[in-house]
Design a protein around this ligand. Structure first.
Ligand code: AOF
Ligand code: ZN
Length: 365
């Protein structure tokens, strides 16, 4: 008979591997999810992870690789998933059907799907006769699965979109020189990364000050400067006006574009307005699932100060600008114990990577 300690270790090991797989994806409107298929003796037969919104779910990716590679009878294998398999038609088909079609009869998952009663697929799989169990809380904690998506789960429960923030700054934390010049502080690789992030969000928020100072287009472009297929909706936050010829008003090929002006500087007012607005969001859905905060300093500070930033990318250029504004302005914080603290985020390419001459820091709130 297996000792209880071994029973836990036997579940933690494959689930920890699934957690490491999950970290290959990027954060956003969808959770980080990893999956592993093992043989009865524990040998790993296939792994998979979810890259991000609109792409194959982790289970589906692992099952595809399992089908392609494995010679063992499917019925003897176990599927390990960091999140309860879904049972809904979203941007991809239900994973419950993919699992039933795979012939695998044993499923272990760590975190229950917070999407609601119709979201989780464990009950459906059990009704079809599969052996499905959620890991015990201590095994889930030991595997790290419950640490993968805390902010995503929170967002799901409160019905708000996932919020990413961008900050492109000099070594001395400035976003422009003293005379206001700011193009370009970061290099081409950083800007390319920033544009890829723009194309995975539904909306980009900037303040009226940024519109006045930089007149940004707020489109997502490739290295050749062409518009990417999915374009975010520009959202301007603040009480000042937006000039009739502002660049953000025009879309691809100069045509008119949907954009939103929220005459308020409270982040919550922006979220409320986005939830009500009947715009057609680039990634579908009645509400935006992912919002990007691009600045400037007061807007970014307001979102960060309100605890609404889920992750932040800091593009750090090797320049010392000497004077000029900083990218984050929180003068209400006056002592160390009030500091807003973030953690390095291990998702995607890791917490720290090199982009040309710049350094990219990825933080999770
Ligand atoms: C993922 N990746 O690997 C799993 C998810 O918009 P969809 O159709 O991609 O569905 C997203 C939902 O699917 C998500 O909210 C979660 O409830 C469930 N599981 N999602 O993005 C995955 N397994
Ligand atoms: Zn799924």
């Amino acid at each position: 008979m297996t000792a209880p300690g071994n029973a836990i270790a036997g579940t933690v090991e494959p689930m920890s591997l699934a957690v490491r797989e999950a970290l290959g994806g990027h954060r956003g409107a969808n959770p980080l999810v990893g999956a592993v298929v093992t043989a009865p003796d524990g040998t790993v037969l296939a792994t998979g992870f979810h890259r991000g919104r609109g792409t194959a779910h982790a289970e589906v990716s692992a099952l595809e690789r399992f089908a392609a590679a494995s010679r063992i009878p499917q019925a003897g294998a176990t599927l390990w998933v960091t999140l309860e398999p879904c049972d809904h038609f979203g941007s991809t088909g239900p994973c419950t059907e993919a699992i039933l079609a795979s012939g695998i009869r044993r499923v272990r998952y760590a975190v229950a799907d917070p999407t609601g009663p119709d979201g989780g697929g464990a009950a459906r799989l059990r009704r079809s006769g599969l052996d499905v169990e959620q890991l015990a809380p201590d095994a889930t904690a030991a595997s790290g699965a419950d640490g993968l998506n805390p902010r995503w789960v929170q967002g799901r429960e409160s019905g708000r979109p996932f919020v990413t923030a961008h900050l492109a700054q000099s070594l001395d934390g400035r976003v422009a020189a003293a005379d206001g010049t700011s193009q370009w502080i970061t290099g081409i690789e950083s800007r390319r990364h920033a544009h890829a992030v723009r194309s995975r969000v539904d909306a980009i928020v900037v303040g009226t000050g940024t519109v006045a100072a930089d007149d940004p287009r707020l489109t997502a472009r490739n290295a050749a400067g062409q518009d990417l297929p999915l374009q975010p909706v520009p959202v301007v936050q603040g009480r000042r006006g937006v000039p009739g010829d502002a660049a953000l008003r025009s879309g691809p090929k100069g045509g008119p574009r949907d954009w939103i002006h929220v005459l308020d500087h409270e982040p919550q007012a922006v979220l409320d307005r986005l939830a009500e607005s009947r715009i057609s969001w680039p990634h579908g859905g009645a509400r935006p699932g992912h919002v990007l905060i691009e600045g400037g300093p007061t807007v970014l500070a307001a979102w960060l100060g309100a605890g609404l930033v889920d992750e932040m990318f800091v593009y750090q250029a090797p320049l010392v600008l000497g004077g000029g504004p900083t990218g984050l302005d929180l003068p209400q914080l006056t002592t160390l114990t009030q500091a807003v603290s973030l953690q390095l985020d291990l998702a995607e390419n890791g917490a720290l990577s090199r982009l040309g001459e710049d350094v990219l820091l990825h933080y999770a709130a």
